[in-house]
Every structure is written in C-alpha cells, then in structure tokens.
Ligand binder design. Structure first.
Ligand code: BG6
Ligand code: MG
Length: 216
C-alpha cells in the first residue's frame, strides 16, 4: 500500500513548530482585557480552527457585532505578530527539519496545509519555506478545516490524488479534514484529540516515517 503514497501534507501550528502556545497567549491577553472567559481548556477547541471561528468559540453564543469581532480578532492577531517576530530556526520542533529533508531526498512531494493566514511568515522565520513544493494556508480556500478543501487544494497543487497523500495534524478538526479529503491521517498528540487518525504519535519526536510508509 505504501507504494501509493507520493506526498505529505504538514499542518504547521503544533506539527512543525509550537506556535499553538503563542496563539493561546494572544487570545488569553485579549480575553483578559475584554473580560471574556478563556482558559487552556477552551483553547484546546481552537486548534486548527480559523481566526474568526476561534472568536465565535470564545464568545460561546454571546451577541457581539461583526464589527466588534473584527476589531478583537485584529487585535489578537497584532499580539500574535509580536510573538512571530521572535521565532527563528530554533523553534522548529525536534528533528522535524531533518525528517522533511529526508522525505524530500527520497522523492516525496511536500506541502504545508495550515489554517493560518500567518503561515508564510512563520515558515520564512523558521527558514524552511523552500523545502515545500506548495503552501496552502488560511488565504487559499474559503471553507476551513474540518472541511477537506485546504488539503484537497494542497494535493491538487502537488499534482497528486487525495489517496496518494498523508496528512500530519495535531488538531481534531485537521484529522477530520484529512479523512473527509479521503487522505491518510497521522495524528500528533493525545488519543483523545487525534485518535480518529489512521496512526497516532504522542509527539513530533516519535513520528516514524518508515513506519507510516509501511503501515498506511
Ligand atoms: C491554525 C491554528 O493553524 O491557524 C489556530 O491551529 C489558528 O489556532 C489558525 O486560529 C488561524 O491562524 P491565524 O494566524 O490566521 O490567526
Ligand atoms: Mg495545528
């Protein structure tokens, strides 16, 4: 079966780098300033979810105008941008860069499939933009994860069929998007979050691509 696999689509936040923590801190700052309820548990629901949908999850049904929501999401993004200024190659998780280079050397196509509109900036600061054959981000498609659209867009840009692609994801919404796209899903994180994936690794360090190619 592994012969069928020709490409890998990587989520960015939480798979290649731990920007998930910066998203959390930025939302927490906004929530504290605006007296909105927010904690790490709510934050877990925001993994992989677009900026505006994250705002709606935090508001939890509170009636707030679109104009106000736009102002708040813009402010959250300003806080996040400050964290992004600080990130560098040292922020790539574990041996992910070596793993990417090995896959590329073996002839696999590589893509980023991230819900973030900041993905290109993050990749630039991590200095790994050029490793990827294509970058699908929060600006690429209308329907965000868990819709399959972003991953299908990435596969199309790679010139691959969905079933030839493996998606690596740390978010439940991302695993669902990969499955909806008819791709193979590898979850990174606890079973409770990414357990629907075909294969699960507790963290980036334990991802074993030889095993993925053998088992999927
Ligand atoms: C995803 C993150 O990658 O991008 C989410 O997991 C985040 O937490 C989303 O909300 C959108 O990011 P941005 O940078 O466009 O606000
Ligand atoms: Mg993620």
């Amino acid at each position: 079966m592994a012969k069928e696999i020709k490409g890998f689509i990587f989520d960015l936040d939480g798979v290649i780098t731990d920007t998930a923590e910066y998203h959390y801190k930025s939302w927490q700052k906004l929530a504290d300033e605006e007296d909105l309820f927010f904690d790490r548990e709510v934050n877990e629901q925001l993994r992989g979810v677009s900026r505006m949908e994250s705002m709606d999850i935090i508001l939890d049904g509170q009636d707030v105008s679109d104009e106000q929501k736009k102002k708040w999401t813009d402010r959250k993004n300003e806080y996040y941008q400050v964290y992004l200024e600080e990130i560098s190659k040292a922020d790539i998780l574990d041996d992910m860069e070596a793993k990417l280079n090995k896959l590329k050397a073996e002839g696999y196509k590589l893509a980023v499939g991230s819900s973030s509109r900041n993905a290109r900036k993050v990749l630039k600061n991590l200095q790994i933009t050029d490793i990827f054959d294509t970058i699908a981000d929060g600006n690429s498609v209308e329907n965000a994860k868990p819709a399959p659209d972003l991953f299908l867009h990435a596969a199309e840009n790679l010139g691959l069929k969905p079933q030839e692609c493996v998606v690596l994801e740390d978010a439940e919404s991302g695993v669902e998007a990969a499955l909806a796209a008819n791709m193979k899903a590898v979850g990174v994180g606890p079973e409770g979050r990414v357990g629907k994936a075909h294969l699960v690794y507790a963290d980036v360090d334990s991802i074993d691509f030889d095993e993925i190619l053998k088992k999927l």
